[in-house]
Write a protein that binds this ligand. Structure first.
Ligand code: IMP
Ligand code: MG
Length: 184
């Protein structure tokens, strides 16, 4: 009956996530200084949990802000439509911007975000994503920090949803076939 009964397999465990997020934090610590005061752009909703853990591994001064982009319907297929649902509160002109994403699939969402943020004249623009599905890429988007490369399977947990649910699972997993099929 529970959420966990819908999980077919765990792809990345809680422990593995914690260790890798700490490593990403170290890599980011080695990239920016206090003087850079990087501006982290968390792409909602999927990246909220990753951002929360990542930011606690950062040692330099930094700020966080949020942006929400809609590119998907409620299922597992892209609607092809990308639009801004929530924009940043702050001005990023002259700032060292680090986009924090949950997963790069086709690359369309990130391509849209980077083009959009680039027009606001940041001092630099980098990307940190927890997951990447290279086999699905349609647009080649440069990634600076990548947690894990995952196979072409629809994953949930640690912030990532299926039809807005399963974000609270503390691991990255794949759901049973019937769960995805039921909603189509
Ligand atoms: P893209 O534009 O195809 O790269 O898709 C990016 C967005 O689609 C991500 O930020 C996620 O919100 C969503 N997405 C893509 N693949 C998955 C997945 O396997 N699980 C959950 N969300 C996904
Ligand atoms: Mg996302």
């Amino acid at each position: 009956m529970g959420l966990r009964d819908d999980v077919a397999k765990v792809l990345i465990s809680e422990e593995t996530l914690r260790a890798r997020v700490a490593e990403l934090g170290q890599a980011i610590n080695a990239t920016y200084t206090d003087a850079d005061c990087p501006f982290l752009v968390c792409v909602l909703k999927g990246a909220f949990m990753f951002l929360a853990d990542l930011t606690r591994n950062l040692e330099m001064r930094h700020e966080v802000d949020f942006m929400e982009i809609s590119s998907y319907g409620t299922g597992t297929m892209s609607s092809g439509v990308v639009r801004i649902l929530l924009d940043l509160e702050q001005n990023i002109e002259g700032r060292h911007v680090l986009i924090v994403e949950d997963i790069i699939d086709t690359g369309r969402t990130l391509d849209y975000i980077t083009r959009n943020l680039q027009t606001r004249n940041p001092a630099s623009l980098r990307v940190c994503t927890l997951l990447s599905k290279p086999s699905r890429r349609e647009i080649d988007v440069p990634l600076d920090f990548v947690g894990f490369e995952v196979p072409d399977e629809f994953v949930v947990g640690y912030g990532l949803d299926f039809a807005e649910e399963y974000r609270n699972l503390p691991f990255i997993g794949v759901l049973k076939e019937e769960v995805y099929a039921d909603s189509e």
